[in-house]
Design a protein around this ligand. Structure first.
Ligand code: NZQ
Ligand code: ZN
Length: 400
């Protein structure tokens, strides 16, 4: 087991009507002025925004608000929010939404206490780390990114045609309000993309070059089991509270770091996916992962097929045949089947990409990964490997 230093300082207020406790929490913790942020309108339509604002009013907490943050959030929204936060003397951010709203608010939280441009923290070439940030109190509406407790934030920069992240404990929210009922209004596609993203966060940790770590591996597989059974339930019945709750909590644990203590992590599939949603902002992160992850797995599994064999046996109950590589491919087929069952896409073509687009993605991926080949942990990848993985995710000529 590798040495580690880890904290997950986020407090969780989980369950029915959690969002009604926001105002009291903020007041009791001594914050003076909040900034409520949200996306393109789902929280207005559902009435959630009004409930959060009422809880702030009832507790006597003043606030300003900023809506309109798009999926795959853009740095200009963060810049706009930073101006408001600075002018209004905000000391706590309250994102009400999913990963996009939370990540943009994380950027506002660091940018509000910084004199330069917030993109400095996201540009891998500048490699600047924030030293301070405003507090964050998240109201989560979609289980997916784990941003409600994660140490990362991802922003797009349309001008530079980049999507990039920044990581550090400064990004970890102080508190997350998580009411599974809020997720019942999600379109099925978003529910499915969220579930895929949650699985991907576990894969990025389970598949690295570290030897087996029974505690962390066991947590990872237990989460995947619970996610899969709850996923089928929730796709059948969107109002299945228990299934929604299991998925929501699994989404947090998949990405707060608990299932990779003592292990390296990989994150190349995420890097490759971010180039899809950077090129085409209509690509939902989880849907992109449903295409990229199986392609990456098929390419790299020969490095250590036994990790796949174990996952196949313990997650899907597959019976081993003694041929590790064949069993690894069977496991990957089952993983892709699971994503397809949820309604996720299978090929790059499904987003409208052409093989030639890959040549633009590769240099940006490398730039975001520090500018030097090879990249990755489970298997060290060079440019040709990455190209081969992307191209293998296009629909074969003989596919139905
Ligand atoms: O904008 P609104 O109108 O709110 O609609 C959103 C959006 O269209 C909608 N939605 C959210 N909750 C809803 C709802 N609709 C109805 N009912 C609800 N309860 O869902 C759509 C997607 O929302 P978004 O926030 O974009 O989804 P997600 O949580 O998947 O966030 C994706 C972003 O997070 C980044 C991704 O790259 C992407 O930019 N990630 C952030 C990570 C992190 N900070 O740790 C890690 C991830 O790997 C990921 O990279
Ligand atoms: Zn993700």
């Amino acid at each position: 087991m590798l040495d580690f230093q880890w904290m997950s300082p986020t407090e969780f207020v989980f369950g029915h009507a959690a969002e009604e406790k926001v105002g009291t929490w903020v007041k009791e913790h001594g914050y003076k002025k909040a900034m409520v942020t949200y996306g393109k309108g789902s929280v207005i339509r559902s009435g959630l925004l009004d409930r959060v604002k009422k809880s702030l009013d009832d507790a006597g907490v003043p606030y300003v608000e900023m809506g309109g943050i798009r999926p795959n959030p853009e740095v200009t929204s963060a810049r706009e929010g930073i101006k408001i936060a600075k002018a209004e003397g905000v000391d706590i951010m309250i994102p009400v939404g999913g990963g996009s709203v939370i990540d943009c608010s994380k950027a506002i939280a660091v940018g509000a206490l910084y004199d330069g441009d917030v993109w400095d923290f996201y540009d891998a070439r500048i490699d600047k780390t924030p030293t301070e940030a405003l507090a964050l109190a998240v109201v989560l509406t979609i289980p997916a990114t784990g941003s409600e407790a994660s140490n990362s934030s991802v922003l797009s920069n349309d001008e530079l045609d980049l999507k990039a992240g920044t990581s550090g404990d400064f990004n970890r929210p102080k508190v997350a309000f998580m009411n599974p009922e809020l997720t019942e209004t999600l379109p099925p596609y978003q529910t499915a993309a969220g579930i895929t993203d949650i699985c991907a966060h576990i894969f990025e940790r389970y598949f690295s070059d570290s030897p087996d770590t029974p505690v962390s591996d066991g947590i990872a597989i237990a989460l995947l089991r619970a996610i899969r059974s709850s996923a089928y339930r929730v796709m059948r019945d969107p109002h299945d509270y228990e299934a929604r709750a299991e998925i929501m909590w699994a989404g947090t644990l998949a990405h707060n770091g608990i299932c990779s203590r003592g292990r390296n992590e990989d994150w190349i599939s995420h890097g490759m996916e971010h180039e899809l949603s950077a090129s085409n902002t209509k690509v939902t992160h989880g849907a992109g992962l449903a295409v990229i992850f199986p392609a990456w797995m098929r390419y790299v599994c020969k490095e250590n097929p036994r990790r796949f064999v174990r996952l196949g046996a313990e997650w899907f109950g597959l019976v081993t045949t003694g041929d590790d590589l064949a069993d690894a491919y069977t496991t990957i087929d089952r993983i892709q089947r699971f994503f397809l069952d949820l309604g996720m896409p299978q090929y790059m073509d499904d987003f409208g990409f052409k093989p030639a687009d890959v040549e633009e993605m590769i240099p940006r991926l490398l730039q975001n990964r520090g500018g030097k080949w090879p990249i990755g942990s489970f298997m060290k990848l060079n440019e040709d490997d990455v190209r081969a993985i992307y191209l293998s995710a296009f629909k074969p000529a003989d596919a139905e």
